[in-house]
Design a binder for this molecule. Structure first.
Ligand SMILES: C[S@@+](CC[C@H](N)C(=O)[O-])C[C@H]1O[C@@H](n2cnc3c(N)ncnc32)[C@H](O)[C@@H]1O
Length: 246
């Protein structure tokens, strides 16, 4: 509280301002991003990433992109499983931080440099809430993934069980800002818990996937719902629009 009244936090940015904010933030924290992830999730992030890839359910040899790939950890795990993986991210410093030599390129997930139907699948991890225009990203996935192809998106969740929710929120609201603030950048890691507010509720995201041109859209709570995975299959018919009823 200040003399001017209770301290208020600035509203979360939206639209183009959000995209610029997110890109600048990840450019800044890129060098230590993967390290902070490992410390603040106690290494569980790799287990969650593997789960999302299992739920993708595609065979070795499939062509899959890691959207908003950061240092490309999902791409690395896909490649280790025999999948032909590439990654795209807005932030060039995030791509530079990769510890493998898979093809990674700077691109907006809402404007992918791939031909229609060229992909067997797409994955993303901890990126849904960072997209400035999530419906546009889902529409772009429907364009780029072939009919029958798959997507699997991992992000943080809201556990239904109150005890698990307290534990999950402790890591998100306390551990992440403290660890991130010490090892990396305090402002960036204060944004992390706030960014959860961007995530649509699971039923809404499932509806958006349906509207974008996917079938069989499913929500999978993982680790008691601390994280969640959304999977879907590209429908055989022409894509719709995830933002149609916005
Ligand atoms: C929390 S990081 C996740 C990185 C990586 N997927 C992982 O699992 O560690 C979010 C990433 O989303 C990227 N990003 C945000 N909006 C994007 C967009 N429209 N297109 C591509 N990348 C985007 C950011 O640059 C950042 O690298």
């Amino acid at each position: 509280v200040t003399a001017a009244g209770p301290a208020t936090r600035p509203p979360l940015p939206q639209g183009k301002a959000k995209q610029v904010f997110v890109q600048t933030l990840f450019d800044r924290i890129a060098p230590r991003y993967a390290l902070v992830n490992k410390v603040m999730t106690l290494g569980l992030d790799m287990k969650w990433r593997r789960k999302a890839i299992r739920l993708l359910g595609l065979a070795p040899g499939s062509v899959v992109v890691d959207l908003a790939c950061g240092p490309g950890e999902m791409a690395g795990l896909l490649n280790a499983g025999g999948i032909r993986a590439a990654g795209f991210d807005l932030s060039a410093p995030m791509l530079v931080a990769a510890r493998h030599r898979l093809p990674l390129a700077q691109a907006d997930a809402a404007l992918l440099p791939v031909a229609p139907g060229a992909l067997d699948g797409a994955v993303s991890a901890f990126a849904l809430r960072n997209f400035a225009d999530l419906p546009a990203v889902l529409d772009e996935c429907a364009r780029a993934i072939r009919p029958g192809g798959r997507l699997s998106f991992l992000d943080v969740g809201q556990p239904a069980n109150p005890v698990v929710r307290v534990v999950g929120n402790f890591f998100l609201n306390v551990v992440a800002p403290v660890v991130g603030g010490i090892v990396s950048d305090p402002e960036a890691y204060r944004y992390l818990p706030r960014s959860v507010a961007y995530l649509p509720p699971p039923a809404e995201l499932v509806r958006m996937l349906d509207q974008a041109g996917f079938t069989n859209a499913r929500h999978h709570p993982v680790s008691g719902g601390i994280v969640q995975v959304f999977t879907a299959t590209r429908s055989a018919t022409a894509p719709g629009s995830a933002g149609a009823s916005r």
